[in-house]
Write a new protein. Structure first.
Length: 142
């Protein structure tokens, strides 16, 4: 699967509207940022370099053989350790039921975003603490 993904990932991956402005706002507020994905780890830095090179992410993690995939909280715990944060002090932003489950499994505050893959109902049913329709709305939490 990784070989096929390597051939076509740039064709199917991009940023959502408002994300550059959101990342600018978080950067201006000195908010530490991390990316956690179930996409293969070997591609995550390439994806970040292609689409998000203007911003600094302290941690970028994808799926690895040494760590269970989301919704297991192991990778989130790893990120919290790197940031030296308590789990309850982390806002986990995601667009899927798996993201909401990951946040809840780790004891984080999950914010579900509506520009992704799931409906508001699915996000709420899977534990979303907040639902956000526009990326700029996320800045109110910081």
């Amino acid at each position: 699967m990784e070989a096929e993904y390597a051939k076509c990932w740039a064709d199917t991956t991009g940023t959502y509207a408002g994300i550059p402005e959101l990342l600018d706002g978080l950067t201006e507020r000195n908010i530490g940022m991390a990316i956690l994905s179930n996409k293969p780890h070997s591609f995550m830095q390439v994806i970040v370099d292609k689409f998000f090179s203007s911003w600094h992410f302290e941690v970028v993690l994808g799926a690895r053989e040494t760590c269970p995939k989301k919704p297991d909280p192991a990778a989130v715990r790893e990120i919290a350790t790197i940031f030296e944060l308590r789990m309850e002090d982390i806002l986990y932003i995601g667009d899927s039921d798996t993201d909401m489950q990951t946040a809840r499994n780790a004891g984080l505050l999950p914010a579900g975003v509506l520009w992704g893959f799931r409906t508001e109902k699915e996000l709420r049913d899977n534990g979303a603490w907040q639902i956000v329709a526009e990326s700029a709305e996320l800045l109110k939490f910081f």
